[in-house]
Design a protein. Structure first.
Length: 370
């Protein structure tokens, strides 16, 4: 692991030289773990388990007493410093020792409140340091996965699929969405997951027309769509999968919607390979759905990267274009959502390879009958 961390830091330093920034302050949970191996988690947005200070020669992990021992055990390439008063108050002393002139910070993570505290502390200490916002520097490295990361994602996905297979055997009419969500969550934990990638979605009937529905007390009925969206986290890496099933015989609407979504997913996956435009892949699925008479019923993007974060680059979307490269991992999740009737979404995880897409899933998305 230390060798992999050292390689990542080396690549980051190469990128850092191109930003005219001599020191990078890393606060994002996933980036901190990616670059150091430290697994401490931020409990909420305005609380932090620690920060990295990275220069061309120095590696510092600053944290508090709650995580000091953990940091020393996990981030062995870093000098561990334990702050007593808080990061903002003690940061000037560290950057002074480093000789920092330009401090790059992750603008996606540093709040205005935190920025003011840090800048005020630097000014109070009499330091002439420029604070420079930096975007997507570490994310450029994370977008392509090493084979070890892909193996972990595959294992995380396997745990999630195992939980679903066991849940399907227990589904009966009259059960609530909440009950099924708990069965899924319990199953993932018992299969070996360290946690959930995100709150499990179980939506039945009209609720399945809500792409991010919250499981409630609605009871499952025969013949209606039941949409599941779930994922297991393993060694920090997130899996993500969606399936739509039905108890008994579905109506004609379900059959047409389901087949359209399934075909859209298949066409998109067939188009994925290194060198292809992510927007073009989205268009392939979207155009098929529109040609089948469901224009405007697929509102979200076709897919997103997964890794240490559940949503990361690349995006398969009309909004942002990325040239796909070998080693990228993305979901492919077309959906159709029809008002009072319900919706269908099917989601697989794939790895971009030079000559095509490698599907990581074992569960066939075409199976919908319970």
């Amino acid at each position: 692991m230390e060798k992999l961390i050292a390689e990542r830091v080396s690549h980051l330093r190469e990128l850092l030289r191109g930003t005219q920034t001599d020191t990078l302050l890393v606060l994002t949970d996933e980036n901190r773990r990616y670059l150091s191996g430290f697994t401490g988690q931020d409990t909420q947005f305005d609380e932090s388990a620690g920060a990295l200070l990275i220069t061309g020669n120095d590696l510092i992990l600053a944290t508090d007493t709650r995580y000091e021992l953990q940091a020393r055990n996990e981030a062995r390439l870093y000098k561990i410093v334990c702050y007593k008063k808080g990061l903002a108050e003690e940061l000037p002393g560290h950057i002074k020792a480093l000789g920092t002139k330009t401090l790059g910070f992750e603008s996606v993570r540093l709040s205005v409140h935190q920025y003011r505290k840090i800048s005020d502390a630097i000014a109070k200490d009499g330091l002439e340091v420029v604070l420079k916002p930096v975007e997507d520097l570490v994310e450029q490295l994370r977008i392509k996965k090493a084979e070890t990361e892909i193996a972990t994602l595959r294992n995380a996905l396997s745990l999630a699929e195992t939980a679903f297979s066991e849940c399907v055997e227990k589904i009966k009419p009259g059960m609530t969405e909440k009950e099924l969500a708990w069965i899924m969550e319990k199953g993932m934990r018992e299969a070996g997951a360290e946690g959930l990638s995100f709150p499990t979605i179980v939506a039945s009937g009209p609720n399945s027309a809500l792409p991010h529905a919250i499981p409630g007390d609605r009871r499952i009925r025969v013949g209606e769509p039941i949409l599941f969206d779930w994922g297991a986290r393993l060694d920090g890496y997130c899996s993500d999968i969606s399936r739509t099933v039905v108890i008994g015989e579905p109506d004609d609407t379900f059959k047409k919607v389901f087949q359209t979504v399934l075909d859209a997913q298949s066409r998109a996956i067939d188009a994925i390979k290194a060198g292809v435009s992510s927007r073009a892949v989205d268009t392939i699925a979207r155009d098929h759905i529109e040609k089948q008479g469901f224009g405007g019923k697929f509102g979200h993007g076709l897919g997103h990267g997964t890794g240490l974060a559940i949503h990361e680059a690349p995006r398969l979307s009309p909004l942002k274009d990325t040239v796909l490269e070998a080693g990228m991992v993305t979901t492919v999740e077309p959906g159709i959502y029809l008002g009072d009737w319900g919706g269908v979404r099917l989601e697989n995880m794939v790895v971009v390879r030079e000559d095509g897409a490698e599907v990581l899933n074992r569960l066939d998305p075409a199976n919908y009958r319970i």
